[in-house]
Design a protein. Structure first.
Length: 358
C-alpha cells in the first residue's frame, strides 16, 4: 500500500451468515491524514466494515489493507480493580515511556476530555458518555496512524458532542493521523469530514466533499441520508435548457424545474428533490402566489427552537415538510389551505431507477 493511503478496501464482500450478504463489492480508500465520514443508516453494514478494517472479522472476498488501524472502543478487560488511569498508562509503559512523562500525559488527556473525576474509578463504573470519552482518550494516547470510529459521540449531550468533535478534529489535523468515522448524523459528518461517503445496502453510493454530496446527491437514498428531503415523483418533460434546468411533470400535477444531477432523457421517471429549508409557504391560493406555486393543506405545525416544521399535504396526498423561521408572522393553521414555492435552482432532479426500493 502506498505511503499516502491509510486504508484501502477493494471488492470487499462480507456475509455474517450464509444467505445474508451485508457488504457486496465495496471499494473505498482513506488517504493518510484524511478524515472520511461514512454516513450510513442502521443495518447498512458500517460497523462490520470497521471491524473488517480492524482485522476483527474476515471478508468473504476482496482485500482490506489498514496497517496500524485502531478500532476505538470502550476500555475492556484488565483486572476489575484497575482504575481508568492505570488502564491508560499500561500501553505507554509497554512503549518504554518514563513514568513521570506517562503519568503527566494521561492526566493531561483526562483533563482535556473532562474526565479528571473518574481517573481513579474502574472502567466498569463509568456512564456511557464517560466510556466514550475514555475511549477517545485511549485512542489519542495510542498514536495510531488510522482511527476507526463507530458513532463515537452518540451518548454525549449536544455541547459535549460539539466539544469532542472539535477536540478530535484539532488533534487529527495537528498530528496527521487518518480517521474513518461512521455516523448516522449528517450534521456531525459534514462538520468535520474532508470527504463524505454514503453507505447503503452494503455499497458505497457516493463519495465526495460534504458540501458537494449534500448539494448534488446522486440518488434518493443519498438525499435522505444527508438531510431532510422532500422527494416528489414525476417524469422528465423537457431535458436541460440553456439555464441548466430540467422540466419535470410531477405526479401531483404541476410542471416544475430543477437541476439534474446527471443527464436525463425525456420521459425518464425521476424524483424532484426539494430540501425543507428551501420552501416558502404562504396562506393564500397557489395562483395568487405566482408561477411555480403548488397548492397544499397544512397537516401540522411543530416548533423546533428558532424554526418551525410544517407538514403539508399536496392535492394527490404527497406529504412535504417545510422549515420556516419563527418571527415572520403567524404560521398557517393545521387544516388550512396554503401555497408552496421554491427557487428552481434549489431543486434537484434524481433518476428513480437508481432507487428501486425508494
Amino acid at each position: 500500500m502506498a505511503d499516502d493511503t491509510a486504508l484501502r478496501i477493494d471488492g470487499l464482500r462480507y456475509a455474517p451468515r450464509p444467505g445474508m450478504r451485508l457488504l457486496d463489492g465495496l471499494t473505498l480508500e482513506v488517504a493518510a491524514g484524511e478524515w472520511l465520514s461514512l454516513l450510513a443508516a442502521s443495518g447498512a453494514g458500517a460497523t462490520s466494515l470497521l471491524r473488517l478494517a480492524a482485522g476483527e472479522l474476515r471478508p468473504e472476498a476482496g482485500r482490506v489493507a489498514a496497517p496500524g488501524a485502531l478500532l476505538v472502543a470502550p476500555l475492556r478487560g484488565g483486572l476489575p480493580w484497575e482504575s481508568v488511569t492505570q488502564r491508560l498508562v499500561q500501553p505507554l509503559r509497554k512503549r518504554g515511556m518514563p513514568q513521570a512523562e506517562r503519568e503527566a500525559l494521561v492526566a493531561g488527556t483526562l483533563d482535556v476530555l473532562r474526565l479528571r473525576h473518574v481517573a481513579e474509578q474502574p472502567p466498569a463504573t463509568l456512564s456511557e458518555a464517560e466510556e466514550q470519552r475514555c475511549a477517545i482518550a485511549a485512542a489519542l494516547l495510542a498514536e495510531a496512524p488510522l482511527l476507526l470510529l463507530d458513532d463515537p459521540f452518540s451518548a454525549q449531550d449536544p455541547a459535549g458532542r460539539a466539544a469532542l468533535l472539535d477536540l478530535l478534529r484539532e488533534r487529527q489535523q495537528g498530528r496527521g493521523f487518518a480517521v474513518l468515522h461512521v455516523t448516522r448524523d449528517a450534521a456531525e459528518a459534514m462538520a468535520v469530514a474532508d470527504r463524505l461517503a454514503i453507505l447503503d445496502r452494503g455499497r458505497i453510493l457516493q463519495v465526495g466533499p460534504p458540501e458537494a454530496v449534500f448539494d448534488m446527491p446522486g440518488s434518493a437514498a443519498a438525499a435522505r441520508l444527508t438531510g431532510a428531503a422532500n422527494l416528489l415523483a414525476g417524469q422528465v418533460e423537457e431535458a436541460e435548457d440553456e439555464e441548466g434546468l430540467t422540466m419535470v411533470k410531477l405526479e401531483a400535477g404541476p410542471f416544475l424545474a430543477g437541476r439534474a444531477v446527471r443527464p436525463l432523457r425525456r420521459g425518464a421517471r425521476v424524483w424532484l428533490l426539494v430540501r425543507p429549508e428551501h420552501v416558502a409557504v404562504a396562506a393564500m391560493a397557489a395562483d395568487a402566489l405566482g408561477d411555480g406555486a403548488i397548492g397544499a393543506r397544512v397537516l401540522s405545525v411543530r416548533p423546533q427552537g428558532a424554526r418551525m416544521m410544517l407538514r403539508l399535504a399536496l392535492g394527490d396526498g404527497t406529504v412535504m415538510e417545510v422549515l420556516r423561521p419563527r418571527g415572520f408572522g403567524a404560521p398557517p393553521k393545521p387544516g388550512s389551505p396554503c401555497a408552496l414555492a421554491w427557487p428552481p435552482q434549489a431543486a434537484r432532479v434524481l433518476l428513480q431507477d437508481l432507487d428501486p426500493k425508494a
